[in-house]
Ligand binder design. Structure first.
Ligand code: GLN
Length: 396
């Protein structure tokens, strides 16, 4: 029979979501796919109950329900420090994943090159390939995950169309400093490249680190697309509400792709989620404080278990080094399957994030209730004796 689509040969299924299926099969605690096991704020769930009776239950306009877009523009504008026009500069998407795909299609033509930092969130490679583009990698060096500005400029010099930056970063937990963002911005301007930001963890940042919005830096609004999501901020990953913010010229293109790919996000969920967007500033402070407590509990447990890791500055992931536990020839995927089956904790193999050949790095997330984390840590504590001090990637 005739050949199927070729671009898809460049990627597999999502390893993160494969690990969720493996976790379910082994009844393991899922510290692989990052999502909370606690409830969203009552304001959202109460409102959802009302909306279930009152509607809307039919399509909203394709770019997102007007009242949702207005509330979103207001909330995002407050944090970004600029007025955002809900009529012209926002589209509501099915999760930020759709926002990223629409953006990549809107900005590129087949054969274009996109700069990615490595490690990177696994979706990006698949999305870049879907758009017929190629990724150019610039490494982030552990344990601090800084980048070499000269290596970055070398990549820009190749005539790239865009750079894609996840900030705060999944999987490293890196929060780019203002100086680093200014360096990226200066290169993007000098080499006339677009900047695609994935900022879904914007509100999960650990003091003294601070989230700086690329689009708010001088001269950057015109060339930046900011992709975001309500998933992490309001603990509603299953609602699949994401968005892109961009200047009108770019937004028109993004909306064309959204229109024909998605029709629109779920109308009742947009209506209910307005209650989240209208929460006061104290909600976001509380969220960051809650995650800081979860991080302290989880990393404290990793310390006690003798598992080396890089301390995250933001987001809710840790990259841990378990290399001494791998048997000779065992792949990190095989190791993660063993962890789910024998230890009862599911995590993601590092190889799905790194361009470089890494072995024995796993990603764990801690967006979980205390009791879930305590149980996971007690299971992880069981592998302590198998960990030698011989090999340490991170100097912790
Ligand atoms: N962003 C989350 C993670 O990295 C969820 C990924 C997904 O399945 N969309 O685990």
């Amino acid at each position: 029979m005739k050949e199927l689509n070729r671009a898809a040969e460049w990627f597999t299924d999502s390893v993160i979501r494969r690990m969720t299926r493996i976790a379910i099969a082994h009844d393991a605690i899922n510290l692989a796919q990052g999502y909370p096991d606690f409830d969203p704020p009552r304001e959202l769930t109460d409102r959802l109950a009302e909306v279930s009776a009152a509607g809307p239950h039919q399509y909203a306009v394709t770019m997102g329900a007007p009242n949702f877009r207005r509330a979103l523009a207001k909330k995002c504008g407050r944090y970004m420090g600029r007025e955002i026009d809900p009529e012209r500069e926002i589209v509501v998407t099915i999760g930020s994943t759709e926002a990223m795909v629409d953006t990549l299609f809107a900005l590129t033509n087949p054969g274009d090159q996109i700069i990615l930092f490595s490690p990177y969130f696994e979706s990006y490679m698949a999305q870049i390939r879907m758009a017929g583009c190629e990724a150019l990698f610039v490494p982030l060096a552990p344990p601090a995950y800084g980048f070499d500005p000269n290596a970055l400029e070398d990549a820009f010099r190749k005539g790239v169309k865009a750079i894609l930056v996840c900030n705060p970063s999944n999987p490293t937990g890196k929060v780019f400093t203002e100086a680093e963002l200014l360096c990226i911005a200066e290169l993007a301007e000098r080499y006339d490249a677009y900047v695609i930001m994935d900022e879904v963890y914007e509100h999960i940042v650990y003091a003294p680190n601070r989230h700086v919005y690329m689009a708010a830096l001088p001269g950057m609004w015109e060339r930046t697309v900011s992709c975001g999501s309500l998933s992490k901020t309001y603990s509603i990953t299953g609602w699949r509400l994401g968005y892109a913010i961009a200047p009108e010229r770019i937004m028109q293109r993004i909306r064309q792709y959204h229109d024909f790919n998605a029709v629109g996000a779920a109308a009742p969920l947009m209506e209910a989620a307005i209650a989240g967007l209208e929460l006061p500033e104290s909600y976001y402070d509380g969220l960051a404080a809650r995650y800081a407590r979860m991080k302290a509990l989880f990393t404290g447990g990793l310390d006690a278990a003798g598992i080396p890791y890089a301390d995250p500055q933001g987001a809710y992931f840790v990259l841990a080094d378990v290399a001494p536990l791998l048997k000779p020839g065992q792949s990190d995927m095989e190791f993660c399957e063993w962890m789910a089956r024998e230890v009862g904790v599911a995590c993601v193999p590092g190889s799905s994030f790194f361009r470089e050949d890494v072995r024995g790095i796993i990603r764990l997330h801690f967006a979980k209730k205390d009791e879930t984390l305590i149980e996971a840590l007690s299971r992880l504590g069981g592998i302590k004796k198998k960990l030698g001090a011989a090999h340490k990637l991170y100097n912790m």
